[in-house]
Design a protein around this ligand. Structure first.
Ligand code: BG6
Length: 512
């Protein structure tokens, strides 16, 4: 067989292996009237449904404070489907699924709402709906404990002899610091077992993030050099061009550190740095990821000052369009000291990674929207090419998470001509070239896995707490020292100068 024949046909859109419909269940969404449902959850369900991946009796019950009836909510959802779903098959599925959506209006702390919910679920059973319940908390974080204990009060969290499942799905933020995350874990774990909880990090729903596992552990060529002997350093960047949009009130309390680091950035770091798992089952993978986080030394206050940089955007231009500074955004204090940017240097004290810096960076209103991981390998001996101007260019592996999706390897080649001149060249893999593009929200796998009880993409209690433990010293130092120089970067730039200094003082530079 020719090597070429083993490759997927470029543009072959149906290259995903056939999967079975998820286990039957009723999905109960708390906060169904919010943005998350119309932009992500419902479109994801429609993508699943149109591919035959939902049970035929799948239905939804929504609970929210907004004053809809089932009928008026269905009408609203129909409009949302038309606005937010473009794929024709998903749209068609979405319009028919609307009829299987029931709405309960009321406050999350009102006991009567849960009595009504229980009645509704019982009635649905007579119409062939499943007795498996998936409770999705798309509600403001302060209601997570309230909703869970109300569900418990009406006995909706009890798994009857293991016959039917009762699962809860919790969106981030999971707590706002180490103490609150611990308290929330404790509260939930008095009501349900760890196996019933699905703590979401939506970055793990991204194909490109999941591909990190496939890339590292299904190829023999990279793993032998995936360590401190060959890797100089790692950069993880999540840069956004958007500002805080309508989320000023939340963001003022959160800031870039809480919003992105203990979750999305540390998840990517642990996938890059973990040891090969003994098998691909969720517990083995999560064990290895957890070990990475445990290997990161907790920063001392002095190290926080040296290894963490914060920033806040002032007014500027994105793609030529003027945008306001953070302090002029809606629901943001005019003297706000909330950071919208963070750069951080971390180490992992283990055999594989000792002394290899991991530089993490994320910010709002940056020059370009891109999430990428860069692995910079150490340079080979340059003596052979002493005359070349490019002798210092190292090999780089660049993993594009979004919006571009793919992997590139940068290496040196001889520039054609009579003299030995080197130039960097790029080997490129792009998802779209091999697998086509299917519209995905990132929530498809997440929802499918919750329905099937697969925990691989979800965080265990102690993983969430370790993430918070790692950022807690930064929260403490920054909380104690008001930043004097905010705003310190212009919207549409690459962040504050201190972030460049952070990496340049080590003789390196940001490669994006
Ligand atoms: C969320 C953060 O978790 O992730 C947002 O709260 C951020 O502030 C978002 O914009 C980024 O995710 P994505 O999938 O849009 O890149």
């Amino acid at each position: 067989m020719h090597l070429e024949e083993t490759l997927s046909e470029p543009e072959s859109k149906e290259s995903t292996p056939a999967r079975k419909p998820a286990q039957p269940c009723v999905l109960v969404i708390f906060g169904i009237a919010g943005d998350l449902t119309k932009r992500l959850l419902y479109p994801a369900l429609c993508n699943l449904g149109s591919k035959g991946l939902l049970d035929e009796n799948f239905c939804i019950v929504g609970v929210a404070m907004e004053k809809f009836t089932t009928k008026s909510f269905q009408a609203q959802l129909t409009k949302d489907v038309k606005q937010f779903i473009t794929d024709p098959a998903a749209k068609k599925f979405g319009l028919s699924l609307v009829r299987q959506v029931q709405y309960i209006s009321g406050s999350f702390s009102d006991h009567a709402v849960y009595v009504e919910l229980k009645n509704t679920l019982e009635k649905l059973t007579t119409k062939k709906a499943s007795k498996n319940y998936l409770f999705y908390f798309a509600s403001p974080p302060q209601f997570i404990g309230v909703i869970a204990s109300q569900l418990n009060r009406v006995k909706l969290l009890t798994e009857e002899n293991g016959q039917y499942f009762r699962r809860i799905v919790v969106e981030k933020p999971f707590g706002h610091d180490l103490a609150s995350a611990k308290a929330l874990n404790q509260e939930l774990l008095t009501l349900v077992d760890e196996q019933q909880i699905f703590r979401i990090d939506h970055f793990l729903g991204k194909e490109t993030v999941q591909n990190l596992l496939a890339f590292r552990f299904s190829n023999g060529i990279f793993e032998p050099i995936w360590n401190r002997r060959y890797i100089d350093h790692v950069q993880i960047t999540v840069a956004e061009t958007l500002g805080v949009e309508l989320r000023g009130a939340y963001y003022e309390q959160a800031g870039a550190l809480r919003d992105m680091v203990p979750n999305h950035l540390l998840q990517m770091l642990s996938l890059i740095a973990m040891e090969p798992p003994i098998s691909f089952s969720s517990d083995y993978i999560r064990d290895e990821k957890a070990k990475v986080l445990h290997g990161i030394p907790i920063l001392t206050p002095e190290q926080v000052l040296q290894q963490a940089v914060r920033g806040q955007y002032g007014p500027g231009k994105i793609d030529g369009v003027a945008v306001p500074g953070y302090r002029s955004e809606k629901n943001v204090a005019p003297q706000s000291s909330t950071e919208t940017f963070i750069a951080l240097k971390l180490f992992i004290d283990n055999w594989r990674w000792l002394h290899v810096p991991f530089y993490l960076r994320t910010g709002k209103r940056m020059k370009k929207r891109t999430s990428e991981i860069i692995i910079q390998f150490k340079s080979g001996p340059s003596s052979l090419f002493g005359g070349s101007e490019l002798k210092e260019i190292p090999n780089i592996l660049r993993i594009y998470i979004q919006p571009e999706e793919g992997i590139s390897l940068y290496f040196n080649a001889k520039i054609p001509g009579p003299t030995m001149q080197l130039g960097p060249v790029i080997m490129k893999f792009r998802y779209k070239d091999y697998f086509g593009i299917t519209p995905q929200t990132g929530y498809e796998t997440i929802l499918y896995d919750c329905m099937n009880g697969d925990h691989l993409l979800f965080n265990r209690a102690e993983m969430v707490e370790t993430g918070w433990a790692l950022v807690q010293p930064i929260l403490d130092v920054w909380g104690a020292l008001t930043p004097r120089d905010f705003p310190n970067y212009v919207a549409g730039s690459t962040g504050p100068k201190e972030a460049d200094d952070l990496i340049q003082q080590d003789g390196r530079k940001w490669l994006l």
